[in-house]
Design a protein around this ligand. Structure first.
Ligand SMILES: Nc1ncnc2c1ncn2[C@@H]1O[C@H](COP(=O)(O)OP(=O)(O)O)[C@@H](O)[C@H]1O
Ligand SMILES: [Mg+2]
Length: 147
């Protein structure tokens, strides 16, 4: 699928949160955002911004032992962290496919670990470490976005 590509650079965690807020203004129910990037790239930090924009009841956290966090706000937010997944089908057992149809936004950390279940029309974020405070973010979106 042909995707629109955007590049953003942030120079602090706060700037990544702000970018998450700005990005969230463009989201629609049932959007799926696949967050690629190494440990400490900023996937959870970005998700915090999305949560803030939708006035979520809690701030996004790294779900160490839980695979999914649900936040209640102006839009339901389903935050998956697949880091500990051993087999891609584990996520199906947890009702993954139903989450894609609950009229919320779905954010997934470590989507590469469930690659076969990531829909082709996902919005991809690729977050790359530049230096301690700087991250380069590439967005690949099936629709055009104002970022
Ligand atoms: N520009 C930046 N954007 C996001 N995080 C940053 C940035 N600069 C430094 N950091 C730090 O990088 C770490 C990112 O952590 P986190 O968001 O939990 O990463 P991930 O979820 O990708 O493992 C935090 O310690 C944060 O303070
Ligand atoms: Mg994380």
């Amino acid at each position: 699928m042909k995707k629109n590509i955007y590049h953003i650079q942030t120079s602090s965690p706060e700037a990544t949160i702000d970018f998450g807020k700005r990005f969230a203004t463009q989201l629609k129910p049932n959007d799926l955002i696949a967050l690629y990037g190494d440990l400490a790239a900023g996937k959870t930090t970005f998700t915090k911004g999305v949560c803030e924009y939708f006035n979520a009841d809690q701030a996004a956290t790294s779900p160490t032992f839980t695979l999914i966090n649900e936040y209640v706000g102006d839009m339901p937010i389903f935050h998956f962290d697949c880091y500990r997944i051993k087999h891609p089908d584990e996520i199906i057992m947890l009702g993954f496919e139903e989450y894609l149809e609950k009229d919320g936004v779905v954010l997934i950390e470590w989507p590469e670990l469930i690659a076969k279940h990531i829909p082709e029309d996902s919005i991809e974020l690729h977050i790359n470490y530049v230096d301690d405070n700087t991250r380069e973010i590439e967005i690949r979106s099936p629709r055009s976005m104002e970022l």
